[in-house]
Design a protein. Structure first.
Ligand code: GFB
Length: 319
């Protein structure tokens, strides 16, 4: 990927796309193309084709997607499968049609079976039933992987895919209802500290285990793979994670400490736990030459500081 190459970052306002844009810019890539969803509705095939025909990007990072936490996934299953199938089919299809040299598709660790052996290796895909709370989203992401690999086989394209573990960092969604657990906890503990609430109510049992990766580490991994590997060498897709996990209760204790909240933690068993564990096996990526740099405590501290600096908790719950 030459420094002057024309690179389209789809989803540049989201958690992942913004981090990829920051990483590319910090490495001196100066010819980036971006569009907000208002400027370009990726669910429209005609609009996507027109955009690719006019701009002719050489490289594409496909980080645009309908995403959300466990409750958003179970409340809006149709949006999660329909929007994602449309976005990825349109962008991947246009990338092939208009001769994109290389594309990076962003998947998710929820593509794996609910009870996959741990840590989860890439080859466990489609070896068992999915977790019901995010099955529609997972099916869309699996279709995206298969679309990339089918195009690679039939048309000789070079479309890579990564499966990140649970991500967090700047530009995340901090809404307490629709967000993922880490930003939700930062908001809940911060609000309770400021308003002097004696307890914070979290969802489920607190026993599920999750692995968390700072989005800047993911961005470095995707740019690294695009620079140094072909889909043929990297494989159909590559897990990206830290190789370490913790329980939701342990995460809550860490966030509580970072925020400086002194009340108690209570769990609401009426809310879903989701999959019991999803720890990724990251040996394939390590063999390709990449390792994460940001530890969880450091990453949570940085994300809390970012949220404070950007007034996230003053903006109401729609952030
Ligand atoms: O991050 P999260 O929403 O999604 O929830 P998943 C992780 C765990 O944290 C679950 C618990 O066991 C939740 O019950 N949890 C506790 C909370 N308190 C809260 C809270 O206040 N908010 C939230 N959101 N969770 C998602 C998938 O699964 O993982 C997506 O739904 C995507 O499709 C993403 O794949 C990476 O880790 O369960």
């Amino acid at each position: 990927m030459e420094k002057g190459a024309k690179i389209y970052v789809a989803g540049h306002r989201g958690l992942v796309g913004a981090a990829i844009q920051r990483e590319l810019e910090s490495q001196g890539y100066s010819n980036l193309v971006v569009r907000t969803s208002r400027e370009l509705d990726l669910r429209s095939q005609a609009a996507v084709n027109d955009f690719f025909q006019a701009e002719k990007p050489e490289y594409v990072f496909l980080a645009a997607a309908k995403v959300g936490g466990i409750l958003a996934n179970s409340t809006y299953p149709a949006d999660f499968i329909f929007d994602n199938l449309q976005i990825q089919t349109n962008v991947i299809g246009a990338a092939r049609k208009y001769g994109v040299k290389k594309l990076m598709f962003l998947g998710s660790s929820c593509i794996y079976p609910k009870f996959a052996p741990q840590p989860i290796r890439e080859e466990y895909l489609l070896s068992g039933e999915l977790e019901p709370t995010n099955e529609p989203y997972a099916i869309a992401k699996i279709a995206g992987i298969k679309l990339c690999s089918a195009f690679n086989r039939q048309y000789g394209t070079d479309f890579l895919a990564v499966m990140p573990t649970n991500l967090y960092g700047p530009n995340d969604n901090f809404d307490p209802e629709s967000s993922h657990v880490l930003p939700a906890l930062l908001r809940k503990f911060h609000t309770a500290k400021v308003t002097g609430e004696p307890q914070v109510v979290l969802w489920g049992s607190g026993t599920p285990r999750r692995e968390f990766l700072h989005v800047d580490d993911l961005a470095r991994a995707t740019v690294f793979l695009m620079q140094t590997h072909t889909a043929q060498v990297a494989g159909e897709f590559v897990n990206v994670g830290t190789g370490e996990d913790l329980t939701i209760l342990e995460l809550a204790e860490l966030v509580k400490e970072v925020v400086g909240y002194e009340g108690s933690i209570v769990f609401d068993p009426g809310k879903p736990d989701g999959t019991p564990r999803k720890l990724l096996d990251v040996s394939r990526l390590k063999k390709l030459g990449w390792a994460p740099r940001i530890g969880l405590a450091e990453g949570v501290r940085a994300t809390y500081a970012w949220a404070i600096d950007n007034g996230i908790f003053q903006k109401g719950s729609q952030q």
